[in-house]
Design a protein around this ligand. Sequence first.
Ligand code: ZN
Length: 273
Amino acid sequence: MDAALRKMHDPAQLGLPLVGADSHAHLDGEGFYEDFEETLERARAAGVALIGNVFLDIESWMRSRARFDARPEVFFILGRHPIDAASWEESDTERMREVFLSEPRFRAVGETGLDYYWKDATPAQQKRAFLSQAALARELDMPLVVHCRDAEQDTLAILEGMKMQGHPVLWHCFGGAAGLARRITDNGWHVSIAGPVTYPANNALREALRVIPLDRLHVETDSPYLAPQNRRGKRNEPAYAAFTAAAIADYLGMDRAGLWRVCGENTRRFFRI
Ligand SMILES: [Zn+2]
């Protein structure tokens, strides 16, 4: 790789200050087993001071938790993903409650929601798991991280039906257009933007950025998925949040470091860190 190419692929070269956040990553899987420490060092070098790690089941947390012991920049989120909702039982609420009450590094419930793209669980099964977890978030007064794919109307109907307007809700990996962004933010909720905002075809998503209030905007990677355009198809990692933030700032005509700082502050405040 020549020097210019290497520079383009190194997020530390953007020179962002160590005040940013990756609001949503999955670092507990096997994909990060080999180079976990190096991954977090690269994130730090790129300006990522805070990472929300989303565990999709309690067992994965128990298996991998030791990895996170020496990494205080990572906070935890726990939920059942809608594609895994077929196995949801009411007793899962009790098991999750115990984890949330026993481990203060867990700051939010999620990701939970509705995903009608994948057919692993029926809409009814997904709604049941989503409703239970949203109710748990409210009971424990914890923020809720929502996953939604091809199910915008039903997701909104559940959240609005539960009157979650006064509750901290983060719509993760937002991929919609301006109308949906406005509906979400009119309800007082937050929006997190991932790598696809850098894909050339996603003009509607970039236009939606303009209607999201700056104090409600977050950056995430959803690592190991959804790498930004210059790493597309490769494993994603938290350092690449810097590429996504730079692209958002450029699109909005904002100073990159300034946007990075604001989004980092939003993530810190939203998750009460
Ligand atoms: Zn995720």
